[in-house]
Design a protein around this ligand. Structure first.
Ligand code: NAD
Ligand code: AKB
Length: 319
């Protein structure tokens, strides 16, 4: 049994809610402290309000709980970030620098930092974007993730802090709501479909983006964090891939089960963000170093999403 005490920051978010549950299954509920700036609705284990931009409060929680590992999920995502760029930069960088500082000072053994495909900009190759493509993003969110990756690399090389990171594609899951990203449509569309409502998509029908189903994202995170340190050759952040699809393709996948489902398209400012990102990702470094392999493709995911959301919304015929 591990004696680690784990701190999850941003635990009420789309990924944090599911990752916290997975960590509690792996380490025991009492060993995983969930924290967020927002109160939790029905915490299934220890929970505290914590603003990660408050370095003293973070330090106090780390000391009081004898924390040994930190998963830092708090961030302002791409779409919300463009609505208030300076605020997004401040939250994303201040919280991350506080985590790195406390980790060094309190001898934290491992730190997890999620990066994003948003680190890439229009001048990176669109198809099979390589690990080492140019990182010149056009969103403040992307800029903060490029800087964050470089700070992770700096702390590893300068102080020996074991920081590990993945560049998640858009994450889709039935368990939690997305928090203000450009890929959020790919979660919303399933909720509308199962509730029998038409969906108006904020991206064009043919906008291809890299995506990953939540169980794959959680498994990738735990596999990376459990890999032997000598296997980790990338200390900025690993490219990670699952599937690529467009809004029209996800709609067609849903219509295999719900033929009456209708989608219309009204692109807004998020279209420009999506246009600046890769269509597909080369994740061969992750596959080579720690054996990453995704499981879910589009139709596998649709089946699972519809089944779980069918249960939630009382549609027995698809659950
Ligand atoms: P989210 O917006 O759903 O959740 C973020 C959580 O952080 C929220 O619960 C929010 O209340 C909390 N938070 C915000 N400011 C905080 C602060 N100052 N202190 C403490 N908590 C604070 O985001 P998510 O989708 O769960 O993403 C988690 C991480 O994964 C982020 O770093 C994000 O950039 C990254 N990521 C997510 C995706 C995706 O598709 N969801 C893709 C790529 C990368
Ligand atoms: C967003 O759309 O901002 C996120 C991401 C890909 O980082 N889902």
């Amino acid at each position: 049994m591990s004696s680690d005490n784990i701190l999850v920051i941003g635990a009420n978010g789309q990924i944090g809610a599911v990752l916290t549950e997975a960590l509690r299954e792996a380490y025991g509920a009492d060993r995983v402290l969930a924290t967020d700036i927002r109160a939790a609705e029905a915490p299934a284990g220890p929970f505290e309000i914590l603003d990660a931009c408050n370095g003293a409060a973070l330090d106090e929680v780390v000391r009081r709980w004898r924390i040994t590992q930190i998963y830092h999920l708090a961030a302002i995502l791409s779409a919300r970030g463009e609505e208030n760029p300076m605020w997004a930069w401040d939250v994303n960088m201040t919280s991350w620098l506080n985590v790195l500082k406390v980790s060094r000072e309190r001898s934290i053994t491992k730190v997890y930092y999620p990066s994003s495909i948003a680190v890439f900009g229009p001048d990176a190759p669109k198809e099979n974007t390589p690990q080492d493509a140019a990182l010149v993003p056009t969103t403040v969110y992307g800029i903060s993730k490029v800087a964050g990756e470089n700070w992770a690399n700096y702390y590893y090389h300068k102080y020996g802090l074991d920081v590990r990171s993945l560049r998640y594609p858009g994450i889709i899951g039935y368990q939690s709501e997305p928090g203000g990203g450009t890929t959020d449509y790919a979660v919303h569309i399933y909720h509308y479909a199962v509730q029998g409502k038409p969906y108006e998509c904020f991206l064009q029908a043919d906008t291809a983006l890299p995506m990953l189903y939540m169980p794959d994202a959680i498994r990738a995170t735990l596999e990376l964090m459990n890999a032997p340190a000598e296997k980790i050759s990338v200390r900025t952040s690993y490219n990670l891939a699952g599937m690529t699809f467009t809004p029209a393709q996800v709609a067609a996948s849903i219509q295999k089960y719900l033929p009456e489902f209708q989608v219309s398209y009204r692109p807004d400012y998020r279209q420009n963000i999506a246009n600046s990102w890769p269509k597909s990702i080369d994740d061969s470094c992750a596959r080579r170093d720690w054996g990453w392999k995704h499981q879910y493709d589009l139709d596998d995911m649709t089946r699972d999403m519809l089944q779980h959301l069918g249960e939630r919304y009382g549609r027995k015929e698809i659950s």
